[in-house]
Design a protein around this ligand. Structure first.
Ligand code: NI
Length: 180
């Protein structure tokens, strides 16, 4: 078991694009395990490999309150989407910031699971938002990119100031539900 360090915005490494996983082997499974531990510990409901400085297309999620439904998607690809939905999002890499983002309401995603088996998943609601948010991470994109430049600038300042003061202070947030 290992907790991984989560990168914080505006760390440039969050802008790196992840590459597809060639083979789902034991090393990949260990990464998945570590990512779940890190996500649950944070606590958050989703984590992309990019956030822990691993440039592989791996995301882990669990949107249930009792942590009963871990979902791991490797090389995820959205094959269908429908509708629009706006939901308040937070992110483990942008602690303390919550903003509304518009995304597809329901999606169908194709991916590999931890065993390397191809799966197709239909998702809506929070899970759909979570998958889209995490897939953005793999593409070097953050939810704050959807905000106005002014708002983005303000968040950047806040993050840099927080880092200077006390990095642990950023963990204090009452709204842990949508931190993805
Ligand atoms: Ni995030």
């Amino acid at each position: 078991m290992a907790f991984l360090e989560i990168l914080h915005f505006p760390d440039p490494r969050l802008r790196k694009k992840a590459t597809p996983v060639d083979e789902v082997n034991d090393q990949v499974r260990q990464t998945v395990k570590d990512m779940f531990e890190t996500m649950y510990d944070a606590p958050g409901i989703g984590l992309a490999a990019t956030q822990v400085n691993i440039q592989q297309q791996i995301i882990v999620m669990d949107v249930t309150e009792d942590k009963s439904r871990p979902v791991c998607l490797i090389n995820p690809e959205i094959v269908a989407e429908d509708g629009e939905e706006e939901m308040q999002e937070g992110c483990l890499s942008v602690p303390g910031v919550f903003e509304n983002v518009q995304r597809a309401e329901s999606i169908t995603v194709r991916a590999l699971d931890e065993q390397g088996v191809e799966i197709t998943l239909d998702a809506d609601g929070l899970l759909a938002v979570c998958i889209q948010h995490e897939m953005d991470h793999l593409d070097g994109k953050l939810f704050v990119d959807y905000l106005s430049p002014l708002k983005m600038q303000r968040i950047k300042k806040k993050m840099l100031k927080m880092k200077k003061l006390d990095p642990l202070e950023s963990d204090a947030s009452p709204q842990s539900a949508n931190i993805i």
